[in-house]
Design a protein. Structure first.
Lengths: 67, 446
């Protein structure tokens, strides 16, 4: 199943944990907010993507099913 | 005329009066005073209730009516989505005209309130709502709100309205009319956009599926319900039928509200501003669509038409129907800097990129508007624009960036003059309107 990372920009406060845990798909802008690769998460990265999601201190990162 | 609640229950109401020809359709012929109930009934007859759900949606689909609040979303699709959602729906007429350059909704609510209120009733019937509200700025429109309060009472006593409509005040903020911000206000919160989903048609006011339509869209619905889709399509283009209200701001400072066929050439609105071909008039550029809109050089604008298909080629869109002709005596960069400062202050401040990016872009533009800006400023603005675009919960950053990017293109020659220490403007008088309570800025207390 194809999955995509999405951030809730209202909840996100720029901790940056996600970019540390999944640098292949998430980088930080010059203010510390995540820039997320919009493409589907490759199967090999899905476990670490889930970890990035659960490690977000404000639960702003989501791994959504792509329809 | 005797009025009974629930006039003849015909499925396809025959117009009581022959369909009116030509324009204006929405605005009364005499715009010196509001159209009263008696005149409204004489001109258009009783509300054509269908006594059936979603009949109206089929007519709106055939008519090709799109939302007149700025997004041009097909009206019937919102009706169908709300009617198909779980729960008892709620209807909101959106009269919060947060766009400082636009005043067409306020004019419509003042001059032809009954068309809007007929539209609310018909929309409520179509989706099966038993409650509705009319959301508008109370500050700007004390007079309008008072008039609407009177009109609503009059209609209720005359048993015209089946669904009670309450007035709700919108805070005087640019984003107050954004759909999720509107829902938050009506739910007792602040005018802050939410992250979607859930969409307002699924969960909106009080958790109910909520239909939000711009007041002008509702007024068009009231006419389509009476005179039919074929009549609606008699003006406008095939792809974008009907008429629309536009706020025309002339280079000499005059402001007009016009009802025109969608697809009318821009030069028909701005003849004196353009001159013969856009180069001999008093205007150097035209802002199309408002402060989330697009600057166009006058010579390009003079060849365009006021419809999305026509404006798309120039990277612009109709938006809420604002056309502002910037006088040749003004500095386009200074005007853009003023407006973007305002847009930055109007950010809800919820999303990091918008909160950080818009003030920096505004600062950069203030530098470009001054003498001899550094070479890196423009590149910084372009980088920040890329960083805020598409990264907000609402479209405020995207719309603001569209406005900024078009300014950097259209006023590129002026920017080169600024770099040499020259500004071609002869006037520093602000042209584009901002709310009077614009916060003071850059004060030097030393």
């Amino acid at each position: 199943m194809k999955k995509q990372l999405r951030v809730n920009p209202i909840e996100c406060s720029g901790h940056g944990a996600c970019a540390e845990l999944l640098p292949e798909m998430i980088s930080l802008d010059e203010w510390g907010y995540p820039l997320i690769d919009p493409r589907p998460v490759p199967p090999a990265l899905q476990r670490r993507a889930r970890r990035a999601v659960s490690n977000c201190p404000v639960l702003a990162l989501h791994l959504n099913r792509l329809s | 005329m005797p009025m009974r609640r629930g006039e003849p229950a015909s499925t396809r109401p025959t117009p009581l009066r022959p369909a009116p020809d030509g324009l204006p359709r929405l605005l009364p012929a005499d715009t010196r005073a509001p159209q009263g109930l008696r005149e409204h009934l004489a001109r258009h007859g009783f509300v054509p209730y269908r006594d059936a759900r979603l009949q109206l949606a089929a007519d709106l689909r055939a008519a090709g009516l799109t939302g007149r609040g700025g997004a041009s979303f097909p009206a019937y699709r919102k009706l169908e989505a709300v009617a198909g959602a779980r729960g008892r729906p709620f209807v909101v007429a959106n009269g919060a005209e947060g766009e400082p350059a636009s005043s067409k909704d306020a004019s419509l609510l003042w001059l032809a309130p009954h068309l809007v209120l007929d539209g609310i009733q018909l929309a409520a019937e179509a989706v099966g709502a038993q409650e509705a509200c009319l959301y508008l700025h109370d500050g700007q429109g004390d007079q309008i709100a008072a008039s609407l309060r009177r009109v609503l009472t009059e209609r209720w006593l005359a048993r015209i309205d089946r669904v009670p409509v309450r007035l709700a005040g919108a805070p005087p903020r640019f984003l107050a009319g954004q759909e999720t911000a509107l829902v938050n206000v009506l739910n007792g919160g602040l005018a802050l956009p939410s992250f979607t989903p859930p969409r307002v048609f699924e969960r909106g006011v009080g958790g109910a599926p909520t239909l939000i339509q711009n007041v002008e869209t509702l007024a068009h619905m009231a006419l389509i319900a009476r005179y039919g889709a074929g009549w609606f399509r008699q003006v406008g283009t095939r792809a974008e039928p009907g008429s629309m209200l536009a706020t025309i701001r002339h280079a000499d400072g005059m402001v007009r509200i016009v009802e025109a066929a969608v697809g009318t050439p821009l030069r028909d609105f701005l003849e004196a501003d353009f001159g013969t071909d856009g180069t001999h008039g008093t205007a150097q550029a035209v802002l199309a669509g408002g402060y989330h809109g697009t600057w166009l050089p006058a010579r390009d604008a003079a060849r365009l038409t006021l419809d999305n298909a026509g404006l798309r080629a120039a990277g612009a869109s109709v938006g809420a129907g604002v056309l502002a002709a910037l006088p040749a005596s003004s500095c386009g960069l200074a005007e853009t800097a003023r407006v973007v400062r305002y847009l930055a202050l109007e950010s809800a401040g919820q999303c990091g990129p918008c909160l950080n990016g818009l003030p920096r872009i505004a600062d950069g533009l203030a530098v470009l508007a001054g003498p001899r800006p550094g070479a890196r400023v423009r590149a910084d603005i372009e980088r920040w624009a890329g960083l805020v675009s598409g990264r907000g919960a609402c479209h405020h950053p995207d719309g603001s960036v569209r406005f900024v990017r078009s300014a950097l293109t259209v006023f590129a020659a002026e920017l080169r003059r600024h770099e040499r220490g020259v500004c071609s403007a002869s006037s520093r008088q602000p042209f584009l309107p901002l709310p009077a309570d614009e916060p003071a800025r850059d004060e030097d207390w030393s």
